[in-house]
Write a protein that binds this ligand. Structure first.
Ligand SMILES: Cc1ncc(COP(=O)(O)O)c(C=O)c1O
Length: 473
């Protein structure tokens, strides 16, 4: 393959993205009109022209999540090896449903997942699979945990159960669990919100109270979700305490480490995940902090027999396994036909080595510290507490919506709004291994200037600012 040309093109595009706007300025109508006039599909087009046109659309009409000043929602900058991997995957179109069709691809995935299984401290018999993303991995966890707790669930469904199953998590857990409880047939009300302390971590005493109360009231608690790196504030729940509680109470402990799980490979950060090794199952996304393109989630479960029970299937048109040491994703995960998801993580690791991957993760953690310090030094208040590179901050007089609009309009950076314990705050997450200290200092200087200007405007119109604050605009 033409690696040098690919690398040159990759670097050229990265440089273009880094020097260009982060946030697009386009209306749905503009894009629809453009597509309607240019692509009625009646005539063929030269591929070179189509490629150039699509690149033009993507480079101008999207938030550039690989921009070093995109401080956003866990969408990373991607490595060259992982981009080449996705091209190879598409070219060979490997089918990973069963081992026999794609022996190399299946073994590459097993090998890669075994590496991370060990980093989490899970036993070697752990069954792990690549998934489309964290949501599929979390759904897998719910289905396997139900299968574990209620043997009749697989054949007869939830309606056969004597008591309504319930899941415990905090308000800070990923919002997707609402959808998953709906999809799984549990119903959204099966989710029990456990209190958090002022540090936003799951309060294990409250968990105990809620489980006991639900049992008294005839419900069937079966699963607790602890998050390692919450979406809004990067909080790590007390995993060890949750693990001990679940063991004592016979509950399934699922650790949602979709973003924060990557910290397990860093000697500096790993101690913050203590207790993750007690999990019955773990979600971790390669397409978050491992800096590979979407969609690459991973699901790990220390009870292989439960996973096999949940996803077992007899397929008459596929030949039976003759080698029982091999593994068919089809019978141990949700998807059927499946693309070769794991190659991008394998190739990134193979190219950079473990040490290179650790350096990328620790660099981002350091940039998080630089951002926190620079903000504090210029009068901002940090309102979350995490060792991970996610910073939520505020200051008196801040109107988050106006401030964010200013940040985007001036193309300073992409950040979002995340109220922390009811305090309106700005959320900035370092998601690019390309973000440098000078990027951060430049952004903080520009933010300070923007804040001063907005404050000056509001002082000339205090009624409007009071209204904006009261309405959260
Ligand atoms: C903690 C957590 N869990 C799960 C998810 C969902 O992952 P995905 O978007 O890969 O489906 C996210 C997404 O940000 C997340 O932050």
């Amino acid at each position: 393959m033409f690696i040098d040309e690919f690398r040159d093109e990759f670097e050229r595009q990265l440089a273009e993205i880094a020097s260009g706007p982060i946030v697009p300025n386009v209306t749905p109508g503009e894009i629809r009109d453009y597509l309607a006039t240019r692509y009625d599909f009646r005539q063929p087009n030269a591929l070179e022209e189509v490629v150039a046109d699509v690149e033009q659309m993507l480079s101008t009409w999207q938030v550039q999540v690989t921009h070093p000043r995109y401080f956003g929602l866990f969408n990373p900058s991607v490595t060259l090896a992982s981009v080449i991997a996705d091209t190879l995957v598409a070219m060979y179109n490997s089918q990973l449903a069963n081992w026999r069709t794609s022996p190399a691809a299946n073994e590459i995935e097993r090998h890669t997942l075994a590496w991370l299984t060990e980093k989490f401290g899970l036993p070697s018999e752990t069954l792990a699979t690549f998934t489309s993303g964290g949501t599929e991995a979390n759904l897998s966890a719910i289905v396997v945990a139900l299968t574990n707790a209620f043997p009749e669930y697989g054949q007869h469904g939830l309606r056969h159960l004597a008591a309504q199953p319930t899941i415990y998590l905090t308000e800070e857990a990923h919002n997707g669990y609402n959808k998953l409880a709906h999809i799984a047939g549990l119903g959204r009300r099966a989710l029990r919100i456990v209190a958090t302390g002022s540090d936003l971590k799951l309060d294990v005493e409250d968990l105990g109270r809620r489980v006991a109360e639900d049992r008294r009231n005839g419900f069937a608690p079966f699963m607790v979700i602890g998050t390692a790196g919450t979406t809004a504030a990067g909080i790590i729940d007390p995993l060890e305490q949750i693990g001990r509680f679940c063991q004592a109470e016979g509950l399934w402990f699922h650790c949602d480490a979709a973003w924060g799980g990557a910290a397990a490979i860093s000697p500096r950060l790993k101690p913050h995940l203590a207790g993750i090794e007690m999990s019955d199952s773990i979600t971790c996304d390669a397409h978050k902090w491992f800096s590979v393109p979407m969609g690459a989630g991973m699901f790990f479960c220390r009870h292989p027999e439960r996973v096999s029970e949940a996803f077992r299937i007899d397929v008459t048109y596929l030949s039976k396994k003759t080698d029982l040491t091999v593994f068919d994703p089809l019978t141990s995960s949700i998807q059927w036909s499946r693309r070769f998801i794991g190659l991008k993580l394998f190739m990134a690791l193979a190219e950079h080595g473990e040490s290179g991957q650790i350096e990328m993760i620790e660099h981002q953690a350091r940039m998080g510290d630089v951002l926190r310090e620079a903000l504090r030094a210029s009068g901002w208040r940090i309102v979350n507490s995490t060792p991970l590179p996610l910073v939520c901050f505020t200051r008196d007089g801040l109107v988050p919506a106006d401030f964010l609009a200013g940040l985007r309009e001036r193309q300073i950076a992409w950040m979002s709004e995340a109220p922390v314990a009811g305090v309106p705050a700005i959320r900035a997450c370092i998601t690019s291994f390309r973000t440098t200290e000078s990027d951060i200092h430049w952004v903080v200087d520009e933010m300070n200037r923007l804040f001063r200007e907005l404050s000056a405007q509001s002082q000339s119109n205090p009624a409007e600012i009071a209204l904006a604050q009261s309405t959260g605009r």
